[in-house]
Design a protein. Structure first.
Length: 89
């Protein structure tokens, strides 16, 4: 079990959690042969936002913020993958 810190409304809490959501796969080589595609990155971002929000599909009034979050996570993921230096392959 892993621990992580979350700060909500100025209150710091340490939470324990199971391993990462199994629907999100590792996107870096050598785990993923070749480069992650835009579709791979979007799928991982979507699964992350679904997990964090608790919504598989948001209601109409939450769609815009949900979609923005998916786009932001996908962009951050692409930047991360683009900047990683994988050694010892």
């Amino acid at each position: 079990m892993a621990a992580f810190t979350v700060i909500i409304a100025g209150v710091r809490r340490v939470r324990e959690t199971e391993d990462m959501c199994r629907s999100i796969k590792t996107l870096r080589p050598p785990v993923l042969p070749g480069e992650a595609t835009d579709e791979d990155i979007h799928a991982a971002a979507l699964q992350y936002v679904r997990k964090v929000s608790g919504f598989r599909a948001p209601a109409a009034h939450n769609r815009e913020v949900f979609d923005r979050a998916v786009a932001a996570v996908a962009q951050a993921t692409a930047e991360l993958l683009g900047g990683l230096e994988v050694r010892g392959r």
